[in-house]
Design a protein. Structure first.
Length: 109
């Protein structure tokens, strides 16, 4: 853990080590995910041993893992949802939006 001396008005942050995800874990996430609330479909895929997020109208996004079930996508945080050991979807939080559900699907529809 790294701690810096800060002025009283400054926030304190701690560096964390990113979770190293294996290829089997990455492949378990690969699929289409739909948000009924937003009526959009997002797709996760693996490219060069990295989990990528594809969204219509946005550039492809490289993800980073904070833990096995916590993924960061540039300003937004995803938490994977599971039914037993199987990933069933995720909840996303970004800014004032909290716990927006995306359900895993087998197709892009």
């Amino acid at each position: 853990m790294v701690t810096a001396t800060l002025l009283p008005s400054e926030e304190r942050f701690h560096l964390i080590e990113l979770y190293r995800v294996g290829s089997q874990e990455l492949n378990a996430i690969v699929s289409y995910y739909r948000s009924p609330e937003l009526d959009v479909v997002w797709r996760f895929l693996v490219d060069k041993d990295r989990l990528m997020l594809k969204r219509q109208g946005f550039p492809d996004t490289v993800t980073e893992f904070a833990s096995k079930d916590e993924i960061s996508i540039g300003g937004a945080d995803l938490v994977l949802e599971r039914k037993g050991d199987v990933i069933s979807g995720f909840c996303i939080s970004a800014g004032r939006v909290k716990n927006l559900l995306f359900a895993k699907r087998n197709t892009s529809e």
